[in-house]
Design a protein around this ligand. Sequence first.
Ligand code: C2E
Ligand code: CA
Ligand code: CA
Ligand code: CA
Length: 275
Amino acid sequence: AKSLGRGQVQIFNDSMQKKMVGAAVLETDIQNGMRNNEFELYYQPIFEIKNNKVKGFEALVRWHHPEKGLVLPNNFITAAEDSGQILQLDLHLLKQAAKQISQWQSEYKTHFTITVNVSSRHFSSLDFVSFIKNLYQIYKLKTGSLCIEITESGLIENLALAKEIIEGLQSLGVRLYLDDFGTGYSALGYLHQLPIHVLKIDKSFIDNLQNDNNPLVDAILSLAKSLKLEVVAEGIETQEQLDILKQTSCNYGQGYLKAKPLRALDAAILIGKNI
Ligand code: C2E
Ligand code: CA
Ligand code: CA
Ligand code: CA
């Protein structure tokens, strides 16, 4: 209970209390989960639209929770952002991805790219660049094999620093993918100020793809073209959506139509293949 003065007292109600306890339990669980290696990256193929050739994968985390079983990221990423644990979790997963790349590099000759999602919070310190640089050195990663996906929120808050960090990554050959493009409050002005390489068109736009009237997708594609950015279409679920995209300048696609996020062993078989 906390005192509001003059004898008034506000008592936390049950639901406030439950929320706080829940958050605290989740925080401990995430900490234990990292220590016990309960977080596993799954890999969803990203393929060339024109010929369905797999050019790489997006890494997506899954949590094998000792009591809850398989837990999807939407159930813990926000909590990890709130507690600040996302910084540690992202680094933990980047390392896992780097190990996976180094293993695949020695087994497969084809070039491939793995993109890892990270919180834009990393873009407030150059330490992030050093961390990635270390991964490239320790795991002898080929140039551009490990790339970063980030949403635009947060990037814009400190444009000068974000620019410096992205340039640092770029010097390592790390390309930056701008995730969920078109959602949120895009301040387009920053796009040509930051050395971003790839736009990922959000699934909500792909859901609405129809015969020949796709003003929003067309607008994003022509924006990308004039800024010389590559484009990935996210969440392709139907052949019709893919057929429409084949008529456009969209470079890459990703979605359940071709493959869901897969465990490493199942993903490996697809490297360099047509799906
Ligand atoms: P995102 O980065 O936008 O990832 C795309 C989400 O769409 C993934 O959900 C993916 O499994 C799902 N998806 C892909 N194709 C299709 C499709 O055709 N249909 C449908 N309905 N869904 C599709 P997921 O794996 O549950 O991840 C959710 C979000 O959690 C991600 O959204 C990303 O923001 C975050 N996330 C996932 N892994 C990580 C991670 O390792 N680190 C961080 N910081 N965030 C992560
Ligand atoms: Ca993503
Ligand atoms: Ca996305
Ligand atoms: Ca998303």
